[in-house]
Design a protein. Sequence first.
Length: 366
Amino acid sequence: MRNNIVIKSLIIIFFVTILNLNGQKNQSDSDMKEYAKFEKATFAGGCFWCMEPPYEDLEGVKKVTPGYTGGDVENPTYREVSSGKTGHYEAVQIIYDPKKIGYEELLDVYWKQINPTDAGGQFYDRGSQYKTAIFYHDEEQKMAAEKSKQDLAESGRFDKPIVTEILKAKPFYEAEEYHKDYYKKNPERYNRYKKGSGREGYLKGKWQDQFESSGNGSKKKYTKPSQKELKKKLTPLQYRVTQKDATERAFDNKYWDNKREGIYVDIVSGEPLFSSLAKYESGTGWPSFTKPLKPENIVEKEDRSLFSVRTEVRSKNADSHLGHVFEDGPEPTGLRYCINSAALRFIPKDSLKEKGYAEYQKLFEE
């Protein structure tokens, strides 16, 4: 009798497993159908954390997924890939609408995220999994990749050979969930990693003439006016805060109690910094946010003034002093970006299109 019960239980477990597997297969098929009308591009550019942000805001890009490709082991884990024994590269796979953005544009963004002359990895990340490569999905992509590589080599921008490989695409395996959108989930750690690895400084130095306009995926160029222009444009308080690292008075500033929906941009350059969706009442008397709207537009620096060690935050393009970030904020980030109102300009959600920030309208329509 007991043996019959065991056998029946095993049969039930078997069929439940089969049903679950079929459910997963159907879900996968559904995803494939959803993106069937679009095209794929696959790029390896060192740490895949840094390769997602440049593409996610591009018009025409539908999805950016970090993962592993180029190796011969099925369904590798991060630990296995990190061992360097599977032959996989850390990479991103991009689903894009070719009617809205071309493969050549994706290639242009790609070159501005890497050091194509380094055969050992990228920046302080060494190992075969961090090497650069373009994985083409058809002959047209192959030809475009080879031409873009040749154009880069002949541009005179690099004094060493371009060693980035151009390889035929192999199966792509999605990375673990905690790696996806890492720059959004852990903006402070992401910014520290990108800066500490030397990646941010190298790219900005190498592509200074184009970095702001297209190298980071942005559609708009944000620059800092001359000091003469700033003194005309800014109020005395705005100038002291952004240019002289001053701090405005608590509870006596423009946005500390602002509850309207919209985004906050740098008063100097206009680069997007924070959203009302991440704003909360901290009780400090200054505008407080749990995370940046554009993490790549925030630069952190150690501040040893006032007999303490704090983390200062500045805007990337204009180098404006914004405020400080503390680790006493609410979930989900646990961070408090304490920002001076005088460093910000508020763009209401109804004015985003008019003011040139239409791409952020969708944040307030969900």
